[in-house]
Ligand binder design. Structure first.
Ligand code: F6R
Length: 622
């Protein structure tokens, strides 16, 4: 949800470097993009002169580097936008400059009190050039930077940040100052350090030396250069500037509230940049679907002590809440069925955005289990705030190492799916499902049995995922590619999977798709079935097979076209999507062909499956 990337260092091609980095953050927003380069005042490259601004509407991946002229510069800040306030157009694209053109800001988040701040600034004569909430930030900063102000850019940014309400992460630069200053409250911001040289082995420090620094919303932007990072926490800011001898750069960390120095830990991350490439696949989505041949196996590779610890926390809790949003929310919803069946235990499931409604029931005996691919979803982080306030213990089932959810959870179960680039989640989904299933077995005291069952399912998925299977799904996609609506049904843990199937189809095919509990169709939605309406049915091999087939028959009798996802064919099916019978791992297996179907529908309908319209990968706004 908006990608920020900025650079200050010893290279003189900062603009190019920032554009390349932004391309890696495109999944965070792709309505428009832009960057500012600080252009030296002299032709020999000395001093920082004017801020040179470049903006474009559209996806950054569609603009080759040759589109741009990059002057000599060692400082640049860039942004790829997912529109919140103001239409998608050039004037609303970031970076935003102060009215005097002297301060530039890139921002991710929402300034909730922007209207009030805008009015205050307008009264002082500031003229606004965009409809965005962001534009108040550079203007606030500029309003402090009067000739008599001695605090410099850092203090101006700190004062501006203190006035903002809402969630934000922003980076600022000012004309004539070889500096980047960034602040965070709610949205992610990570500092990358090239050639990090600490004076000692202690990695908990307040001043860091490096040959170059990066400030980004996510690690892939600078992974090519460094793995040494510092995660900014809420309420913190960083200032990057040249060392006194001007031979390298420093980063200092401060609190927004009072400007006091804070000590930060430098962490070496072990992400592999190669994993973010498409390889031979046409799209990341297809590549990530196929990676499920190994990611489910990897998800099972958990530290058993941690799994047992979480199982114990669940057993001891008085109220365990599984929370997630979107796809992760559907994964959580399977927990209700899996825990009932496998562990004979009731658990609560609620979307992250709804968790605040449960506040009256939260005590220090409550357990929150947050499922999130990115670990940065604002609705989930809000739930964490409430949980912490109430003394609730927290567990994070999270894919992105070092993310906010990972850092703020009492216990972390890593999803281990590797970087997921396509906006529509696939491999992280099934890995999360595997972990929740494993957890249900652990709560039942049958961890080994669960592991064995899931390992068997993983090997069946390995066999299933082959080009022929994908071609079969493509054939079905061809037959239904022009329908207006389609419906999906399932019972028990397949019901949340019907909801997940609907999201996947909506997201990338743009076909109206809805999921229902199989038995619910006859209570209303059946009225939507006309001749040829496709119904995808998750038909179990054993338990509930007869029930779901009765629901399927009711649709068939009204002319519906039945696409059965099942281990065995049935005469009611017009199309059969074969899946292995894997017992309690069935939801994991069932969703995979629908991911493929959604992918092929997207391609046949000429949509970009990796960057669906109106969406972004990491939803860092409420
Ligand atoms: C759908 C999808 C979204 C995310 C949701 C939560 O394919 O990817 O619905 O699942 O935005 O994101 P995370 O898991 O990062 O918290």
């Amino acid at each position: 949800m908006c990608g920020i990337f900025s650079y200050l260092g010893n290279q003189s091609n900062a603009g190019k470097l920032v554009v390349e980095g932004l391309k890696k953050l495109e999944y965070r927003g792709y309505d428009s993009f832009g960057f500012v380069e600080a252009v030296p005042a002299t032709s020999s490259g000395q001093g920082n002169g004017k801020l040179k601004l470049t903006k474009k509407v559209g996806k950054i991946s569609e603009f080759p580097l040759s589109t741009f002229y990059f002057p000599i510069s060692n400082l640049a800040l860039g942004h790829t936008r997912w529109a919140t306030h103001g239409k998608v157009n050039l004037r609303n694209a970031h970076p935003h400059l102060s009215a005097d053109g002297k301060v530039a800001v890139v921002h991710n988040g929402i300034v909730e009190n922007h209207a009030e701040l805008r009015k205050e600034l307008q009264k002082k004569g500031v003229k606004f050039a965009s409809d965005t909430d962001t534009e108040v930030i550079p203007n606030l900063i500029a309003s402090y930077l009067t000739p008599r102000f001695t605090g410099g850019l850092r203090e101006a940014v700190r004062r501006a940040a203190k006035k903002l309400k809402g969630r934000f992460a922003f980076v600022a630069a000012a004309e004539g100052a070889e500096k980047l200053v960034a602040a965070r409250s709610g949205s992610p911001l990570i500092v990358g350090i090239e050639k990090f040289y600490p004076k000692s082995d202690d990695r908990l420090i307040s001043k860091i030396d490096g040959s170059a620094f990066f400030i980004a919303s996510d690690v892939p932007a600078f992974l090519k250069f460094t793995r040494d990072v510092v995660y900014l926490d809420d309420g913190e800011m960083v200032e990057i500037e040249p060392s006194p001898k001007n031979d390298h750069f420093h980063a200092h960390f401060f609190e927004i509230e009072n400007g006091k120095t804070v000590k930060k830990r430098v962490i070496s991350i072990d992400w592999k940049s190669g994993k973010a490439e498409k390889g031979d696949f046409a799209h990341f989505m297809l590549k990530e679907i196929f990676e499920q041949k190994e990611t489910i196996e990897r998800a099972l590779n958990q530290d058993e002590r941690q799994i047992e610890k979480v199982a114990e926390l669940i057993r001891k809790s008085f109220g365990a809440f599984f929370i997630g949003c979107g796809t992760a929310g559907k994964v959580c919803a399977t927990a209700e069925y899996l825990f009932a069946k496998i562990a004979r235990r009731h658990v609560n499931v609620i979307f992250g955005s709804e968790f605040d409604t449960q506040e009256p029931f939260l005590t220090n005996k409550t357990l929150l289990i947050a499922v999130s691919q990115s670990g940065e979803t604002a609705d989930v982080l809000e739930a964490f705030k409430i949980a912490k306030k109430r003394g609730v213990r927290t567990v994070g089932v999270v894919n992105v190492e070092g993310s906010s959810v990972a850092r703020h959870s009492d216990v972390v179960l890593p999803v281990n799916a590797g970087m997921e680039k396509a906006v529509a989640s696939t491999k992280a989904t099934t890995a999360q499902l595997a972990i929740l299933t494993l957890l249900a077995y652990a709560v039942a005291g049958k961890l080994d049995e669960g592991k064995q069952m899931l390992a068997e399912a993983a090997s069946q998925i390995n066999d299933l995922l082959n080009p022929r299977y994908s071609e079969h799904l493509e054939k079905i996609a061809r037959k239904i590619k022009n329908v207006e609506s389609l419906y999906i049904i399932g019972k028990a843990a397949d019901y949340p999977m019907a909801l997940e199937a609907a999201i996947k189809l909506q997201e990338v095919s743009y076909i109206h798709a809805e999921g229902f509990a199989a038995g619910e169709l006859k209570h209303g939605p059946l009225a939507l079935i006309t001749k040829g309406t496709p119904l995808i049915a998750f038909v179990p091999a054993e338990e509930y097979r007869a029930d779901v087939l009765s629901n399927v028959a009711e649709v068939k009798a009204r002319g519906g076209r039945i696409i059965g996802v099942s281990a065995e064919n049935d005469e009611l099916f017009d199309e059969w999507i074969r899946v292995p019978n894997v017992g309690n791992a069935q939801p994991i297996v069932n969703i995979i062909p629908i991911q493929l179907l959604a992918y092929h529908l997207a391609v046949l309908r000429k949509n970009n499956p990796d960057l669906p319209r109106n969406l972004a990968k990491s939803v860092t706004v409420k």
